[in-house]
Design a protein around this ligand. Structure first.
Ligand code: DAH
Length: 341
């Protein structure tokens, strides 16, 4: 007599679901498989066995059987929902649970140094601009008074993308681009990445950051230049930091200078960071060469200016005592976390 047995079996299954203890998640999962499993589930098997009944009987018993099956599914679902809600609630109530730490984001030390430097120059009226990293030979070299037979224009030193097109080797091309586009007075700082054919080592990278500065106006003198750089050095390295200007050479400036800031670690006494000189070289600079102004259509009889270029990677290394430039590229969290504020 399969018919009452079938219904009885299903009702027993429903009772089993009703009897699960509210908090018994394991039993709930287990019972769902035991009852509704597609191959060996009790309910599945019982329903399948109904196919052996005579048609009339199958219809009535089948209808009832399906009702109970639906009830079993609903009961399982309802218990599951109640269980999840109970767990959530318990979690909410348990204030002794340890808090989950969340990841903190922060700007990369190089980005922070670039922003800080540009902000200092903003106080002096400089506008922050950016330019292309793929440049023509004209902007990278010739407009800046660098002849193409100069060693800097050599394939050994500069990445060529195609004949006449390079990955800029410095941010100085933006001097020419700006002077061609805007009439003086011009006062800009240009942060950006530059590229050189250098192998990775503790103090070299084939790509690194530079910040270019350019001021062109009527009557700009070397004194204005020294005042601006001195202001920057005091702001960045500390108010009593001395600045030193040494004669140098760059094709796009005349006269040219290299600028040193008093070592902020030993305060000029001499230490390993400044190689016992008391000073750290922080930028190349000078008065804009008249040829550069003329190349860009600016009257070099009327206008003068100064320019400078510095390397935030180097400056960050000096400031934080970072011994290897590669640390600033690897994004090792153990290194970067030291710069969280
Ligand atoms: N462009 C130079 C370099 O990459 C840096 C530099 C020196 C920039 C002197 C200047 C400057 O604007 O006046 O080595």
């Amino acid at each position: 007599m399969p018919n009452p047995t079938a219904i009885e079996q299903l009702e027993a299954a429903l009772t089993a679901v009703d009897e699960i203890a509210t908090a018994d998640a394991d039993r709930l999962t287990q019972l769902r498989t035991e009852l509704l499993g597609r191959k060996a589930g009790v309910v599945t098997k019982v329903l399948r066995s109904l196919q052996g009944l005579p048609a009339a009987e199958r219809r009535s018993v089948g209808a009832r059987a399906n009702e109970i099956k639906t009830a079993i599914e609903a009961a399982l679902d309802q218990r599951e929902a109640a269980l999840t809600a109970a767990v959530d609630q318990a979690r909410e109530r348990d204030r002794s649970m340890p808090g989950r730490p969340s990841w903190r984001g922060a700007v990369h030390p190089i980005t922070a140094v670039v922003d800080e430097i540009c902000d200092i120059f903003r106080e002096l009226g400089f506008t922050r601009v950016v330019g292309p990293e793929a440049e023509t030979e004209a902007y990278n070299f010739t407009k800046l008074n660098i002849a193409l037979d100069h060693p800097a224009a050599d394939m050994q030193d500069t990445f060529y993308l195609s004949p006449g097109i390079v990955l800029r080797a410095h941010t100085s091309p933006m001097q020419a681009r700006t002077l061609e586009r805007f009439k003086p007075p011009v006062r800009i700082v240009v942060p950006g990445q530059v590229y050189r054919r250098d192998a990775w080592d503790p103090s070299h990278a084939p790509v690194f950051e530079q910040i270019e500065g350019l001021v062109v106006d009527e009557g700009v003198s070397f004194v204005d230049f020294k005042a601006a750089i001195d202001f920057f050095v005091r702001r960045f390295f500390g108010e009593d930091t001395k600045t030193r200007f040494r004669p140098s050479f760059f094709p796009f400036t005349e006269p040219s200078a290299e600028v040193d800031a008093q070592c902020h670690i030993c305060r000029g006494a001499g230490c390993s960071t400044c190689k016992y000189t008391g000073y750290l070289e922080i930028m190349g600079a000078g008065m804009v060469h008249p040829a550069v102004l003329d190349n860009c259509g600016i009257d070099s009889e009327l206008y003068t200016g100064y320019a400078f270029g510095m390397g935030p990677h180097r400056i960050a290394m000096l400031r934080y005592g970072i011994p290897d430039i590669r640390l600033l590229f690897e994004n090792d969290m153990r290194f970067l976390n030291q710069f969280l504020e």
